[in-house]
Ligand binder design. Structure first.
Ligand SMILES: C[S@@+](CC[C@H](N)C(=O)[O-])C[C@H]1O[C@@H](n2cnc3c(N)ncnc32)[C@H](O)[C@@H]1O
Length: 225
């Protein structure tokens, strides 16, 4: 078995064993944004690492987020992006096209489908917190990838439709290159979203990667040659 897969299985087995670096980041940045106030699904440790990864990118990097909901993860990514002079493109249908959202969404997403916010509301959430280095894109991830996206991507955070995780990765893969960071939410098997954990395992098996790490439900790595 490839050594990265062995490492992944080890990481996934013990989701509470956190490297000291993650613990310190969680203490320093994990409460930067108030999850209760904003809403959404992100633990303080996950938010902290999104912030750290975004802040450590080379200058002028491009970050793509699939699945914004109320903007909690977007706040962490954008705050980090502002440290590295980078920009976040956050994709979500927001409160539009609800019929298609219901038709395409997986079970877990149905509870909030009727409480979705408009793009304007989410934009206000970020602006109110002093965040400017972002663009919200109203749409479905696969449509955006296939209809005119051209920018190379330095960091992609995938947290959209779990059933579509493979299509999401495959259609955005062409914009990633050596050195790009990838992070999948809800990928640790203890979060019981089999489509995501199975797919992430297959990617770790197939791709050449480095810096494999896990924080709560997020699995992340950097692509290498
Ligand atoms: C789990 S939530 C994201 C949570 C968010 N990242 C946070 O920090 O709270 C998933 C979001 O992805 C959206 N979504 C579902 N399918 C999508 C697609 N194909 N493209 C973009 N967003 C999608 C859902 O409507 C929902 O807003």
């Amino acid at each position: 078995m490839k050594k990265d897969v062995v490492k992944l299985q080890k990481l996934w087995k013990n989701k509470y064993s956190k490297p000291i670096r993650h613990r310190i980041s969680r203490l320093m940045y994990g409460r930067k944004f108030n999850a209760r106030e904003i809403g959404g699904y992100l633990s303080p440790g996950e938010g902290a690492m999104l912030y750290v990864w975004a802040s450590k990118l080379p200058r002028n990097s491009t970050i793509v987020e699939i699945g914004t909901l109320y903007g909690l993860s977007t706040c962490y990514l954008t705050a980090g992006a502002q440290k590295s002079d980078s920009k976040v493109y956050a994709i979500d249908p927001f409160a539009s096209n609800l019929e298609r959202q219901i038709k395409e969404s997986d079970e877990e997403q149905n509870p909030y489908i009727n409480r979705k916010q408009s793009k304007q509301e989410v934009k206000r959430t970020l602006r109110k917190r002093g965040l400017t280095s972002f663009e919200l894109i109203k749409g479905f991830s696969l449509d955006v990838a296939r209809n005119g996206w051209q920018r190379p991507i330095d960091f992609i955070f995938i947290d959209g439709n779990h059933q579509q995780v493979q299509e999401d990765y495959e259609s955005w893969r062409q914009f990633l290159s050596n050195g790009s960071r990838v992070a999948f939410h809800d990928s640790n098997p203890s979060f019981k979203i089999k489509e995501v954990s199975d797919f992430v395992k297959s990617i770790v098996e197939k791709e050449k990667i480095a810096y494999l790490e896990q924080v709560a439900s997020i699995t992340s790595f950097v692509l290498r040659k």
